[in-house]
Write a protein that binds this ligand. Structure first.
Ligand SMILES: Nc1ncnc2c1ncn2[C@@H]1O[C@H](COP(=O)(O)OP(=O)(O)OP(=O)(O)O)[C@@H](O)[C@H]1O
Ligand SMILES: [Mg+2]
Length: 344
């Protein structure tokens, strides 16, 4: 199996060509599984729900799903639900007819129309207001919508892909996200793994970004020193792949040698430090639960990795009940069989 998967080989049809930057790179067992899941779901019309921390590649995956689908010659429409107000978002999505309200000087077809036959990518869907969630649900159920001021509905054929860095399940139990919409969009969940939990991908990604930016920056650097690679492998990357990409880009500006050194990479104080940010606008109980959840996942994964997936010996070392450890592994989707086989 190749280390990186250049999805362009899958383009047998004429039409929109993938950009070079649409390539998903990695060789961890997790990313190989991601490739498989993308290949499985892309040709269908199933709604895909991508979740994960900032910078883990959610949009790249959404684009790849579109590029590998039969819809690839139609539009891939990106809507960031967090970026605009509720009423503007509604107008963006639904559009309006001329004269529908004072400022409506001309018809606006709306993004549902634009995505007709293609893919609608609703980014940060967790930020959508409850009112708009109800309207979206109706469009998904009926496959039709009505522009503001129009007297009849417009049919659309849309494949929906969503992304969120929130825990929508938690939002649902707290009443901030509609249960019916949750199940409608979560037909095929794709959780993205933080980079620190798949360090096997770091070196390959760093090399990928080196090649991507080298010419742009006008440098000849052909790789990294052993020390730089060591540093990269052990850094926590709170900003995930986007942070790695930025660090390599910046390092190329600084580098004077043929190899990028540890001193060129600005991995300073935050090295080995978990610096998950606290969003002070959110309720304490939610944050606490998320932090405990994320600690539990990281701990369980590290522990089981160190024991090659052997639950009994891992539980003994940690001083926890074997059944509890088993349940934690299951709750966090940790593939014990993979740990046992691959030690990776
Ligand atoms: N596996 C990968 N291989 C190559 N490049 C990647 C990979 N994953 C992410 N990237 C790159 O990292 C950057 C961040 O990815 P992307 O924008 O898809 O993340 P995101 O999860 O949508 O982030 P955010 O939550 O901040 O919106 C992009 O430039 C993307 O091309
Ligand atoms: Mg994104």
């Amino acid at each position: 199996m190749s280390d990186s998967k250049d999805r362009s080989e899958d383009y047998s049809q004429p039409g929109r060509q993938p950009r070079k930057s649409d390539v998903i790179v990695g060789n961890s067992p997790w990313i190989k599984e991601l490739f498989e899941r993308i290949d499985m779901v892309a040709p269908t019309n199933i709604a895909v729900a991508i979740s994960g921390e900032s910078g883990t590649g959610k949009e790249l995956v959404a684009r790849t799903i579109h590029n590998l689908s039969k819809r690839r010659n139609a539009a891939f429409v990106v809507v960031n639900c967090a970026a605009i107000t509720e009423s503007l978002l509604e107008d963006e999505l639904f559009g309006h007819v001329r004269g529908a309200f004072t400022d409506a000087n001309r018809d606006r077809p709306g993004l549902f129309s634009e995505a007709d036959g293609g893919t609608l990518f609703l980014d940060e869907i967790g930020e959508m207001s409850i009112g708009l969630q109800a309207k979206l649900l109706r469009v998904l159920q009926e496959q039709e919508f009505r522009r503001v001021g129009a007297d009849k509905n417009t049919q659309v054929d849309i494949r929906l892909v969503t992304a969120t860095n929130r825990n929508l399940h938690l939002d649902m139990t707290a009443g901030r996200f509609r249960e019916d919409l949750f199940y409608r969009i979560n037909v095929f969940p794709l959780p993205m793994m933080p980079l620190r939990e798949r360090p096997e991908d770091i070196v390959l990604l760093a090399q990928h970004f080196l090649l991507k930016y080298r010419d742009r920056v006008g440098r000849r650097a052909s790789g990294f020193t052993a020390e730089a690679l060591d540093r990269l492998r052990t850094y926590e990357f709170p900003g995930n792949i986007r942070e790695l990409e930025n660090k390599v880009h910046q390092a190329l500006v600084l580098v004077t040698d043929d190899f990028v050194g540890a001193q060129d990479l600005d991995l300073g104080d935050t090295w080995k430090q978990s610096s998950r940010r606290l969003d002070m606008d959110r309720p304490f109980r939610d944050l606490k639960r998320e932090h405990i959840d994320s600690f539990e996942r990281e701990y369980t994964l590290k522990l089981l990795r160190a024991h090659d997936g052997n639950v009994a010996s891992a539980a003994r070392q940690a001083g926890i009940d074997r059944k509890n450890l088993w349940a934690m592994a299951k709750r966090h989707n940790i593939a014990l069989d993979k740990l046992r086989e691959g030690k990776s």
